[in-house]
Design a protein around this ligand. Sequence first.
Ligand code: SAH
Length: 374
Amino acid sequence: MPETDTQKKMTDATRMEGATDMDIRSMMPEEVLALVEGAGDKKFRAAQLFSWMHQKEAADYDEMTNLPKALRAKLAATYPLVHLTMVREQVSAIDGTRKYLFALPDGNVIESVWMQYHHGNSVCISSQVGCRMGCRFCASTVNGLVRSLRPSEMLEQVYRIDSRIRETEGPDGHVSNIVIMGSGEPMENYDSVVRFIRLISCPEGRNISQRNITVSTCGIVPGIRKLADEGLSVTLAISLHAPDDEKRKKLMPVANRYSIAEIMDACRYFFRKTGRRVTFEYALAEGQNNAAEDAASLASLLKGLNCHVNLIPVNPVRERTFVRPDRTAVLRFQKELEKYGINATIRREMGADIDGACGQLRNSYLNDSQESVE
Ligand code: SAH
């Protein structure tokens, strides 16, 4: 919305000195401290403010009743608080999985998922609005990339879902695991993703263990190497989906940029630096990558690497033509891998009745709103 002259003058007068473009919910505790002290307020105000933003899920400065009114007014004029609005919630009748559609402050929509496992509750978050990676089986990439998300917009997906679930399910519903496997390529939004990880795991915030956070990438090699050097203890998941470069190029355009050999080298480096076992995701598509020879080549590729394979029977997407192999074919592929000593699990299908695959809910929402406009 364009600012009027009076609004602008008012904003300038109340704007805090040294203000940056970084939104305040995306700032680390020490950055919030510097800001509060810079404004002439006491140190303990920074801790109160941080807790309001990250532990108490304040949607607005008005809620921060223990902060002085003057500070709240200065903050409101300088740093609009990033907050997401829940647009839609779908609950699976099969397994209780919940899919959420959120509106960002600029009106774009993103989706996130809450899943219940025996080891805890996971939230799958988006790192971008749309995606430009172009994987042929994926719904998120159908309309390309709109923009990357801010750290606060990733945090808010977790906060909004966590409070919603606590409200409806009680404290047992709290989020313990996070997978950055929703729409978007995390390595293409690298700095914000790393900042998100540091914020969600910091003791002054939600304190979610980094070991319970997974970053999934389509194989952006420089990003994998950089992540290995961050000193984080997150899990790395690689969307491999094919055992050789030629087959992979047919499924994923990114395979033209980075070879499987380069990805494997980067994974070995990641393991050396972090000691964390790498996960390989392998979406099985009938006739594309599920033959016995594919399992054999995959096994020889992964031989000697401390890793785990996650088999995902491909989710048919409205805009895509890939076919999911039947249960027998999936089990056969898993057995074949095990024959070579490769540890593989089949991903349980969650929320099949609620637009399961990444990006599908957002696409159906966008299509619906287009249809209602026409
Ligand atoms: N860009 C990242 C993270 C988002 S995709 C990445 O590529 O890893 C999360 C996972 O879901 C990836 O393994 C992706 O390949 C997979 N995926 C996307 N669409 C799918 C579909 N229709 N069926 C099965 N898996 C799919």
